[in-house]
Ligand binder design. Structure first.
Ligand SMILES: Cc1cc2nc3c(=O)[nH]c(=O)nc-3n(C[C@H](O)[C@H](O)[C@H](O)COP(=O)(O)OP(=O)(O)OC[C@H]3O[C@@H](n4cnc5c(N)ncnc54)[C@H](O)[C@@H]3O)c2cc1C
Length: 409
């Protein structure tokens, strides 16, 4: 039996605490906040998308950085294991669109409560309001912790589960990166990921709050298509957000840091250009004697209509029966290629996750132990791992936490 000190009482820290304690270790968790799982509480809009019920291949495909590193931990603790774990603790789960798994209650607090209860049952000691200042290392081995108040903590091993750098009010302020650097680890530069993006054109302000379901988005660098997907997006006062845009940001984020990119939205992806032309023609025929701006209101949500009219190249007051076939065709093309200029990613405070972190080449993928310092383990978002939305990032936290807990002798 070892004495295990866990830094961070978020998703990975709590999960690691449960499994280390189940193995018979004496476990203490050090959490700087006044309560455990502050970020977990806000996951999935307060509903906590705990994992994704997809095939294991898709789990790997949804990891954007260092998927191979996760081979043993994902197989060692799968999405099915996660579902079973929570069901066994009394958290009934349900599967929603895109295989997203949520608690039936729709309350992330139930996930946190279940973990807390299990930790208590197993005798895990939780120290709240307790920030870890440094990790001591002697002769290449873990030698204890120093807390912010100067107190020392003796333990045989520690798990660094301090999270990333985003939504810092939840406690994830990047401390783990500093601990890692002090121990000689390389930290890949943290950048915001799954993050809204800024748009150059002023018209987005008019669209603020508008959510578009079932659109196809393409992001291009010149003629080169960088990513393409289908789903739901949201306009904000500065640009674009929503699941489709958040996922896209993780794919094109690096490029967007270098240069502006073009976002093309197909507003009617279910219709081919011919079908859409027929639909527009029908609207025009029914509204022959009206002005263009009043003839297209059925085609778009109310907020979008004035923007589409203004940007179509057709005068808003033009009589529909004066619109040429050529103009109509261009309008149809425009609906399928509604274009904007992406200028930047938003900051860490709006990023769902952090890309970058402790370099995984310096970590044992089977046990999550540091290859540089014996007895120090890493789990969760502090590592240079990130995935798309859909429960995949929490799966990374659970699987790596399990591997670390099992790795400690
Ligand atoms: C708005 C939002 C919604 C999300 N929704 C989902 C979702 O539905 N599904 C999904 O899969 N992922 C989601 N994520 C991502 C997911 O929350 C994270 O990937 C996950 O929480 C990472 O777990 P972690 O334990 O590594 O880090 P965290 O959960 O961030 O926990 C780290 C903990 O360490 C503590 N800590 C840090 N430094 C110290 C220190 N020096 N001393 C003591 N304690 C310290 C922090 O206070 C914190 O409690 C969401 C993220 C956000 C921001």
């Amino acid at each position: 039996m070892s004495k295990v000190a866990i830094i961070g009482g978020g998703a990975a820290g709590m999960f690691a605490a449960v499994f280390a304690a189940r193995r018979g270790h004496e476990v203490s968790v050090y959490e700087k906040n006044e309560k455990l799982g502050k970020k977990l509480f806000i996951t999935g809009k307060g509903r906590c998308n705990i994992t994704n019920a997809c095939e294991i291949d898709e789990l790997f495909a949804s990891v954007l950085t260092n998927a191979k590193f996760l081979y043993s931990s994902f197989y060692g603790y799968t999405n099915e294991d996660v579902i079973r774990f929570f069901e066994d603790l009394g958290v009934k789960t349900k599967v929603e669109r895109g295989n997203r798994v949520f608690p039936v209650s729709d309350h992330s607090s139930d996930v946190i409560k279940a973990l807390e209860k299990e930790m208590k049952r197993l005798g895990v000691v939780v120290h709240l309001h307790c920030s870890v200042k440094t990790i001591k290392v002697e002769d290449g081995k873990f030698a204890g912790l120093v807390l912010m108040d100067g107190k020392s903590v003796q333990a045989d091993a520690c798990i660094v589960a301090t999270g990333g750098f985003s939504y810092q009010t939840t406690g994830s302020t990047g401390d783990g990166y500093e601990f890692a650097k002090e121990m000689g680890h390389t930290v890949e530069t943290p950048v915001p990921a799954l993050v809204p993006m800024e748009v150059k054109e002023e018209f987005v302000k008019e669209l603020q709050g508008l959510s578009l379901r079932n659109v196809r988005a393409q992001i291009k660098d010149g003629k080169k298509v960088l990513c393409e997907d289908f789903g739901e997006m949201l306009f904000t006062h500065y640009g674009v957000s929503g699941p489709l845009m958040l996922s896209a940001s993780s794919i094109i984020g690096k490029k967007l840091k270098e240069k502006e990119l073009t976002l093309l939205i197909d507003l009617k992806p279910a219709l081919s250009e011919e079908m859409l032309d027929a639909r527009v023609l029908r609207e025009f025929e029914e509204n022959k004697n009206r002005q263009f701006k009043n003839a297209v209101t059925k085609l778009f949500p109310a907020k979008l209509t004035p923007v589409m009219v203004e940007r179509s190249g057709i005068l808003a007051g033009k009589k529909v029966n004066e619109i040429s076939k050529e103009e109509r065709k261009q309008f149809v093309y425009f609906i399928k290629h509604f274009s904007m200029t992406l200028t930047n990613l938003r900051g860490f405070n709006e990023a769902i996750i952090t890309r970058g972190g402790v370099k995984v080449k310096e970590i044992d993928p089977g046990t999550m132990e540091s290859k540089l310092v014996n007895g120090v383990y890493f789990a969760g978002e502090v590592l240079d791992l990130d995935a798309l939305t859909g429960g995949f990032n929490l799966q990374i936290a659970w699987s790596t936490a399990y591997a670390a807990a099992m790795g400690i002798q």
